[in-house]
Design a protein around this ligand. Structure first.
Ligand code: PLP
Length: 395
C-alpha cells in the first residue's frame, strides 16, 4: 500500500544537473499533482527519482511512497506540504543561522499605496538576513544544490553586490573561500561588506558582464568553482520555490485580488522564477518585467539583451524606468510611508504606478533591497534639487 513519507527520510543516488532539475520541477509544477508513488527500498528511492528531486526542489515536505510496485495515487502538491515552507507559523526561534535562512519565510508583504481602486503591495526582500536582499535566496539555493561540494573549496563569482555579500556570508557557514568580483561602478556597501565578512574582493571593470570571462579564467587557473548565477538554473528555481510561492500564498491568505506582479531584472533570475510559477499555476496573473531605460543606470538591474533562461518564462511585458524616475518615486514613497526602497524597488514601484492607472485590484511589487545601501546616491540626487523634490520634501 502506498503511504505518505517525510521527504527527509528518503534519499536518491545521484544529484541531478540543474537543467534536469528544472525540467522535472516544471513538469510537476504544471501538473500540480504526483500521479504515481515513488518506489523505495530501505529509504532509497529506486523508481520515480525525477519526482523525488522535483518535490525536494519545489520545497515539498512529503512524498507518496510504496515498497513494492508503484501505485496510482494522484495526490495534489498541496497535500504534500507544498506551502508549508512559506506559511510562516511559529515563534521564529532558530537553532542556528542556517535554520533561520531556511525557515524564516515568507518575507513581509505590505500595502504601500492606493491609486483609485488599485492597491500596491510591496514584498520586502531586505528581510533576508545575509545580504539584506533578494539575492540570499539565489545564493543559498546555488550553494545547497551545487553538484560539487563547496566545502573546503574556492568559489568565485561576479556580482553587482548583493549575491557577492550573500556568498561571502555563506562561505563562513559552509566552509569555503569566496572570491567576489564587483564592478567599479557599484555602491561601496558591496565590496566593503563582502570584505568584512571575510571574502576576497576584486573591484574591477564597468559591469558584471565584463567581469564574467575574467572570473572563469581565474577560476580555471585556481581550480575554483564558479556557481554562475547568470546561467545557473538554481537561481530561478530559488524564486519558484520561495519568492513566487510566497507571493501566491500571501495573496491567497490575505484575500488579494492579485492582478499583476512587477519584477526588476538583473540576472533575470527572480523574473524568470516568478513569471514561470504564475504562468503554470495562476496564468490570470500578469508578470511585468522592469528594466532601466536606455542610458539610465539603476544598481542591480540592467537592460535584458539575451534571455539566458531557455525553458523558463520571460515576463511578457517589459516597462522601462529612468534612474531619475526610480529615485524620485522611491523618495516620494519614503516620505509618505516611511519605507526607503533601494533604487530597483523604486523602479518597480514607478513601473506599477505607470501601468495601473485606472485599473482596480491588487498589484505586488518585489522590492529587492533597502535604500540604506544607497544613501550616497539618494543624497546626491536630492542635492541636485531634482525635479519634484527638495531637501524638505516632495512638492
Ligand atoms: N535589485 C537589486 C538591488 C539586485 O541586487 C538585483 C540582483 O542582483 C536585482 C534587483 C535583480 O535581481 P535578479 O538578479 O534576480 O534579476
Amino acid at each position: 500500500m502506498a503511504r505518505i513519507a517525510d521527504i527527509r527520510s528518503l534519499r536518491a543516488a545521484q544529484r541531478p544537473s540543474p537543467p534536469d532539475l528544472v525540467r522535472w520541477s516544471l513538469g510537476l509544477l504544471s501538473y500540480g499533482r504526483v500521479r504515481l508513488s515513488l518506489r523505495v527500498d530501505g529509504g532509497e528511492v529506486v523508481e520515480g527519482v525525477e519526482d523525488y528531486w522535483a518535490l525536494l526542489a519545489l520545497g515539498c515536505r512529503s512524498a507518496p511512497v510504496s515498497d513494492g510496485e508503484r501505485e496510482v495515487v494522484d495526490v495534489p502538491l498541496e497535500a504534500l506540504g507544498f506551502y508549508d515552507e512559506v506559511s510562516g507559523e511559529g515563534p521564529r526561534v532558530y537553532a542556528d543561522v542556517l535554520a533561520l535562512l531556511r525557515g524564516d519565510r515568507p518575507t513581509p508583504l505590505v500595502m504601500v499605496k492606493k491609486v483609485g481602486e488599485a492597491r500596491i503591495w510591496a514584498k520586502l526582500e531586505w528581510y533576508n538576513p545575509l545580504s539584506l536582499s533578494i539575492k540570499d535566496r539565489t545564493a543559498l539555493n546555488m550553494v545547497d544544490w551545487s553538484s560539487e561540494d563547496v566545502r573546503g573549496r574556492r568559489v568565485y563569482e561576479a556580482s553587482s553586490s548583493n549575491t557577492g555579500v550573500a556568498l561571502a556570508a555563506l562561505s563562513r557557514l559552509y566552509g569555503f573561500t569566496a572570491r567576489i568580483y564587483i564592478p567599479e561602478t557599484a555602491e561601496p556597501f558591496g565590496p566593503e561588506l563582502a570584505r568584512l565578512l571575510g571574502a576576497e574582493v576584486v573591484v574591477k571593470g564597468g559591469s558584471t558582464s565584463e567581469l564574467r570571462p575574467l572570473v572563469e579564467e581565474e577560476a580555471r587557473r585556481d581550480g575554483a568553482i564558479v556557481l554562475n548565477q547568470f546561467q545557473n538554473y538554481l537561481n530561478p528555481l530559488a524564486h519558484i520555490r520561495w519568492t513566487a510561492k510566497e507571493i501566491d500564498y500571501q495573496s491567497r491568505m490575505g484575500g488579494l485580488r492579485l492582478r499583476a506582479v512587477f519584477v526588476t531584472m538583473g540576472t533575470g533570475g527572480h523574473a524568470a522564477g516568478v513569471a514561470t510559477y504564475f504562468a503554470l499555476r495562476r496564468p490570470e496573473v500578469r508578470v511585468v518585467g522592469v528594466q532601466p531605460a536606455e542610458g539610465s543606470s539603476i544598481p542591480g538591474i540592467k537592460r535584458q539583451v539575451d534571455w539566458p533562461w531557455g525553458q523558463l518564462q520571460r515576463p511578457r511585458e517589459v516597462i522601462e524606468v529612468s534612474d531619475e524616475e526610480a529615485l524620485r518615486v522611491s523618495i516620494g514613497l519614503a516620505r509618505e510611508v516611511g519605507l526607503l526602497f533601494g533604487p530597483s524597488g523604486g523602479a518597480a514601484l514607478a513601473a506599477a504606478l505607470r501601468s495601473i492607472s485606472g485599473e482596480e485590484g491588487d498589484y505586488v511589487i518585489v522590492v529587492p533591497d533597502h535604500g540604506v545601501k544607497y544613501l550616497r546616491l539618494y543624497s546626491e540626487f536630492l542635492g541636485q534639487g531634482s525635479v519634484g523634490l527638495s531637501a524638505k520634501g516632495p512638492r
